[in-house]
Write a protein that binds this ligand. Structure first.
Ligand code: CA
Length: 622
């Protein structure tokens, strides 16, 4: 037993070190070269290597590889860095490129740099879109597939499942083990909160303080495990969406002890927090003072603010994203806090990604609940200041805000169902409403069930609405089993462990038997909705037609030439409503019956449809 354990530890250490040397032999003089490898046959022939090593800038570098030439070598303020611009000709063959560093005649370092062959179809990969439903998972809190990696050598924070803000041990293996569960629920993509190394002394579980952009956190797994997970997902038709963070890194990032340049990060005389006012970035009357605070202020003492106005930093981050797409086989990126870093740098990044992968997709988090401010950030919006983010997809915060309120409040001229109607009526502001990601809740806010006063009927309505309105769908893990934490009481409450994800858990909510009757109701509804949506062209890609809510009843249609889906939401708290459908003639005239997609029941008379209070009906019209 003991020997097996020791062997396992040695094995794990070997895996970890084999990453840092990823197919490249290192010498003392070059501690790091990043990107850690590259590919031949990329559309952009340029590659900028960041070389880090003691006094490396005093050396002469040469490469000896057919098709590869050095365009420029740049020394910066810190002599421990060199930036090498390479050009990789189109026809260059894959292989091991030797890089030699010399001081005078003396060779001080050789580095074997790997240029790999791209996977077939890599450039044409299809990113997520309105046809997809994504499952948002916080990897530390979903399932502990490998208890052996809970504590890893060199990691500052040890596992402590009892600590609400501690690391609980969930990992990539845990997600891999539950792919059947995810697939059967009907998801076609997975968004994981950041999985890159977060070697911070505390609260490292959430992943948003990255300390190594080229390494999966060893407590979640290895780079190879992430790649294997993505490949397995892809086989099942599930796209992997990687969460990336460009606004900040972790204070324990390796470069924080020895920055390449003073302006690698935004520095202040003393700690200065961002004012978190995103409106400053599109505000035509903004003061420089407010805007600088917003963009250059730090998110937190533990999160230094990266300066994307520094062209070396920007190139580093662009290449890092491309590296992960190419290495792991990603089907999308979720970009954290899109407006907070330099917006021009972000637009350059976005264009570089789409230059390499024209069919890819990126969703940006711009936490703005007003459509008039949010639309500024969508690709090709005709902004008066000429700014174009080139970002196709946005998290639909206005609709989420509307949902939280609409299902929880009394009906009125502007409240209740009118809120959903009015929010969607603002869609004329988006350049691409179908690329908005609709979500009832996420890892940063109170659970939707909590917002809806723990009313399960209202939760069912919110889920039905989310799955049937226009756009891409995202659901946060645990919503289907009634997780109901209040975000204002702290993030720990909304990031609970999935019951059954840990060996020895008393309850296993991954199984029907482990869920309560109420949990099964919502779980089954979610599953039905997602699986129906998966095969419905109308729900995925169809047009939308909606009618002004009357008397707490909101009716809308999703339709194509061949398929029409009718959704009725009754937001009243009591009784049964008879919905007279004569108002909807323009779309219903040619239909005589409907099938309830949840219950399977047929409705033979479409003139008057009965609907209970606090419920939703989704009908396939025939
Ligand atoms: Ca683990």
């Amino acid at each position: 037993m003991r020997i097996t354990k020791i062997l396992l530890v040695i094995f794990t250490i070997l895996i970890c070190t084999s990453y840092s040397q990823l197919e490249a032999k290192k010498t003392k003089m070059t501690t790091r070269i990043e990107p850690i490898n590259w590919w031949v046959g990329m559309k952009n022939p340029n590659l900028q290597l960041m070389v880090y090593g003691p006094n490396i800038s005093s050396s002469e570098v040469s490469v000896n590889y057919p098709g590869v030439s050095i365009k420029a070598v740049t020394k910066v303020e810190n002599p421990n860095y060199l930036f090498i611009d390479l050009v990789i000709d189109k026809e260059t063959a894959p292989g091991k490129m030797m890089m030699t560093f010399k001081q005078g005649r003396k060779v001080i370092a050789n580095h074997e740099y790997h240029l790999l062959e791209r996977n077939k179809g890599s450039a044409e990969r299809q990113g997520f879109g309105p046809g997809d439903a994504m499952y948002l998972i916080m990897p530390d809190r979903f399932a502990n597939g490998n208890p052996e990696n809970d504590d890893m050598p060199g990691m500052l924070e040890k596992a402590d499942r009892k600590a609400p803000y501690g690391r609980h041990g969930g990992d990539l293996k845990g997600i891999h083990d539950h792919l059947n569960f995810i697939e059967e629920m009907g998801y076609s993509s997975i968004w994981l909160n950041p999985v890159m190394e977060n070697n911070q002394p505390q609260s490292s579980y959430h992943g948003y303080a990255i300390t190594d952009f080229y390494k999966i956190d060893t407590r979640l797994g290895t780079n190879e495990e992430f790649k294997a997970l993505t490949e397995e997902c892809n086989k099942r038709g599930i796209k992997m969406i990687m969460d990336m963070v460009f606004n900040h890194c972790g204070s324990k990032h390796w470069w924080m002890d020895d920055l390449p340049m003073h302006d690698w990060i935004n520095q202040w005389d003393e700690f200065t927090r961002s004012n978190y006012r995103l409106s400053t970035i599109s505000d035509p009357y903004v003061s420089k003072y407010d805007k600088d605070l917003s963009v250059k202020g730090w998110f937190d003492t533990s999160m230094p603010d990266l300066n994307l106005q520094n062209e070396f930093m920007l190139t580093y981050m662009i290449q890092n994203s491309i590296w992960w797409i190419e290495y792991a086989g990603l089907g999308g990126i979720r970009m954290d806090t899109y407006p907070y870093p330099d917006k021009h740098g972000m637009a350059v990044w976005t264009q570089h990604i789409f230059n390499e992968y024209p069919n890819f997709n990126i969703v940006g988090e711009a936490w703005i609940t007003e459509t008039a401010k949010l639309c500024y950030w969508q690709k090709d919006f005709p902004n008066k200041d000429g700014y174009n983010s080139h970002l196709p997809s946005l998290m639909d915060f206005p609709l989420q805000d509307a949902m939280k309120k609409a299902f929880a409040e009394e009906e009125g001229w502007n409240t209740g169902m009118a809120r959903l109607y009015n929010t969607l009526a603002d869609d004329h502001l988006y350049t691409d409403p179908m690329n908005m990601v609709v979500f009832p809740d996420n890892h940063d806010e109170g659970r939707i069930l909590h917002s809806l006063n723990n009313d399960i009927d209202k939760l069912k309505m919110a889920l039905t609405y989310s799955a049937t309105t226009r756009g891409i769908l995202q659901i946060y893990y645990g919503t289907e089993i009634l997780m109901n934490g209040n975000g204002f009481e702290g993030h720990a409450k909304i990031r609970l462990d999935y019951p059954g994800g840990w060996e020895g858990d008393n309850i296993n909510a991954f199984t029907k038997e482990g869920r309560t009757a109420e949990q099964n109701q919502v779980f089954n509804l979610t599953k039905k909705l997602l699986n129906y949506r998966k095969q419905s062209e109308a729900l995925k890609f169809g047009n939308t037609l909606h009618f002004i809510p009357e008397d707490g009843i909101y009716v809308y249609f999703r339709y194509t030439d061949h398929e029409t889906i009718m959704v009725i939401l009754n937001n009243n708290n009591k009784g049964v409503k008879k919905v007279d459908t004569s108002r909807f003639k323009e779309i219903m005239a040619s239909f005589s019956e409907g099938k309830n997609i949840i219950t399977g029941r047929k409705i033979n008379d479409l003139n008057l449809i009965n609907i209970k209070a606090k419920s939703a009906i989704v009908l396939e019209l025939k």
